[in-house]
Write a protein that binds this ligand. Structure first.
Ligand code: DHB
Length: 498
């Protein structure tokens, strides 16, 4: 779709009026409406720089916001770094989301770059939510000091309710908002600084999930009615490149993948093994699902199955990750590490170990079983798939069957299949969605047990399978929401954006 006019009505059926603005003017970016700020910002290597930049205060990216505390964005454009003029007119645009735990995020109070706030109040227990906004790394700031344009969107999230108590931030609100933000940027081609054909999305955990989803689902018509309802700009929502750190995605298959990966471990909070009957049942669901994907591994590895996935993770990700980490240590540091971690063999500059020893090394799993669709509806993801009037729902047949809360339905509610598709990048990659991003940067800590390693490895394999450019690596011994190589990411952005 070309720019020039926005979706005209909030009312998809076309009956009655609309409460929102219907003028395309409402979404026109005024390039003169900025404040010039000067800030000292450390780059990815930790070196401080004096950055003069234009800060564009919060503005709505939709004409019918149900909530402009969340459906607004800020833009930061570098103009001078260490006294040297920067021309960002054609720079990559880094769209840094601050989503965590599928909770709301906001830039409404931001007075400068990198101030997006994640709202973690009223979290449900069980699953979801260490709330790492890019871990300790603020990608909006790092993008700015690297000379890129930083766009930071707020987004609705699962905890939001209106004055009557109706929930309005559950699936698919977060992805609708991110798409609307991309459309806003692209609608403003020629007005907004930066190259609108080089939008690079970033996010961590739930934010990594929706970043990957944004990349996979570009320009899919399946979101049209939702985008129309919020009054999104009439423009493309396809992005150029995708950065996703520890994506918590493919939620309807994640319980099985989790047990495949971590089924043998005790749970962090209880120190006990999970119910092995449940774990085994979920593992067999995983075997079936993985077989159905018919995905080949990276580096010439054959078709991925539940029988070879442990070996695949070892060869492709875990051992190379340990090798990189140990190679970077000094001789004495390495000797000390190896003395403490005797499961690991260091020979010829390479680290090797067995899958079982690796699991023993990780030692504990963060979540109980099932990890995402909890029998008692206590996981954050149960809340993410709630409705206006129901706070949490089951989204897998298995957990519905094993429900402990008195839910009576025998089948998943009829709107769920569509919602699950709209939240799952694997669905869009499986459909070879032509509007998808062709460049993928995926990272995960080897000690991250918030989801299965299979989830990001499958995402990488699915994109690779379509011929896309994929960089997927693991950070050795790092936990959830780590970003250990932001400098490499920014270099990669420059490279792929050409
Ligand atoms: C996040 C963590 C989780 O364990 C989860 O299930 C969903 C989201 C997060 O940190 O964003």
């Amino acid at each position: 779709a070309a720019a020039g006019g926005i979706a005209l009505t909030a009312n998809a059926s076309g009956t009655g009026g609309t409460s929102g603005s219907t003028s395309s003017d409402a979404l026109v970016f005024d390039k003169d409406d900025y404040t010039e700020l000067t800030e000292t910002i450390a780059d990815a290597a930790g070196t401080d720089h004096e950055v003069v930049y234009h800060f564009y205060k919060p503005r709505d990216y939709v004409t019918v916001p149900s909530d402009d505390t969340h459906q607004s964005l800020v833009v930061s454009v570098p103009v001078k770094i260490d006294g040297k003029a920067v021309d960002a007119r054609n720079a990559p645009i880094v769209l840094a989301n601050a989503v965590g735990a599928y909770m709301p995020s906001s830039v409404a109070e931001a007075t400068g770059v990198g101030q997006a706030a994640l709202e973690m109040g009223d979290l449900m227990t069980g699953g979801g939510g260490t709330g790492g906004v890019n871990g300790m790394v603020n990608l909006a700031k790092l993008a700015l000091v690297a000379g890129y344009v930083a766009v930071e969107p707020g987004t609705r999230g699962r905890s939001l309710a209106d004055s009557s108590g109706a929930h309005y931030g559950m699936a698919p609100a977060v992805i609708v908002d991110l798409k609307a933000a991309v459309r806003y940027v692209k609608f403003n081609k020629g007005r907004i600084p930066g190259n609108t054909d080089r939008v690079v999305s970033t996010g961590t955990s739930a934010g990594g999930a929706v970043s990957a989803l944004l990349g996979a689902s570009g320009d899919s018509p399946r979101y049209d009615k939702y985008l129309k309802a919020v009054g999104a700009a009439d423009a493309s929502d396809a992005i150029f490149a995708t950065g996703a750190w520890c994506p918590i995605t493919d939620l309807e298959h994640a319980d099985g993948a989790y047990e495949f990966n971590w089924g043998a471990l005790v749970t962090q909070s209880t120190g006990k093994a999970v119910d092995q009957t449940v774990s085994k049942a979920l593992q067999s669901q995983f075997a079936e699902y993985q077989a159905s994907l018919k995905l080949k591994g990276l580096n010439g590895f054959g078709t991925l199955t539940a029988r070879n996935y442990d070996q695949y993770l070892l060869e492709t990700y875990l051992q190379p990750s340990a090798t990189t980490c140990l190679a970077a240590l000094s001789e004495s540091e390495r000797t000390a590490y190896l003395a403490k971690n005797t499961f690991l063999t260091w020979s010829g500059g390479k680290a090797t170990f067995t899958w079982d020893d690796y699991l023993t090394h990780v030692a504990k799993r963060k979540k109980t079983a099932p990890a995402f669709d909890a029998f008692d509806l206590s996981a954050g993801e149960n809340n993410e798939f709630g409705t206006a009037t129901t706070k949490a729902r089951h989204f897998t047949a298995y957990s519905l069957k094993n429900d402990t809360t008195g839910v009576t339905g025998k089948r998943l509610e009829s709107d769920l299949p569509e919602l699950l598709d709209l939240m799952n990048p694997m669905y869009f990659l499986g459909k070879r969605n032509s509007g998808r991003s062709r460049h993928w940067w995926i990272r995960l800590g080897t000690s991250d047990t918030d989801t299965s390693h299979v989830i990001s490895a499958n995402l990488a394999a699915a994109a690779h399978h379509l011929g896309d450019d994929v960089s997927h690596e693991f950070y050795w011994d790092q936990g959830h929401a780590t970003n250990a190589d932001p400098g490499d990411f920014l270099t990669w952005v420059a490279k792929v954006c050409g």
